[in-house]
Unconditional design. Sequence first.
Length: 212
Amino acid sequence: MGIADLLKDEPRSTDELAETTGAHASALYRILRALASVGVFAEQSDGHFGLTPLAEHLRPDAPGSVRAWAMLIGRPYYFATWGHLLHSVRTGEPAFPEVYGTTPWEYRAADPQESAIFDAAMTGLSLAEAEAVVQSYDFSGISVLVDVGGGEGALLAAILAGNPALRGILFDQPHVVAGAKDLLERAGVADRCEVVGGDFFKAVPGGRTPTC
């Protein structure tokens, strides 16, 4: 609902937030109070709600944002699959095909909205750890780095940016890597990164050994 974005500049009342988001004011108030009890948002004495350090991370433009991840784990298909955990425990098989008759990869490939939410969540996780990876690992002995299942390229872009002599190959499903161009260009590494679409369950870029 973007509540954290609406509180970016100043605290606001539940009525204001409900009117802006099209929510039921009383129900929204109860949710915000519950979140405030664990440090996500802060309730003031006048009934207004404001941001806390935890709530800041629900903004898309905040450093270390987990907004996309929060959206992913709240998706109906995500919850429905966990609701069939017992199937996996009893059979040893994933629950997703049991519930939806397909794999999660095929499900998201057929639904652009769900795919976009998932890709954004994976990119957010990669950005959170990319700096540590770049600082911790010596890539000097590698000429070409292949990121298999690399999503939109956030991790590979950070590695290439920190290693100017390195070239990269970003490999993921075609509809996923289709969104990588802008990210690679913003990182200034598009000229050193080949983008390849495919299915890593079947094959990876020929003649190259996946390194990342």
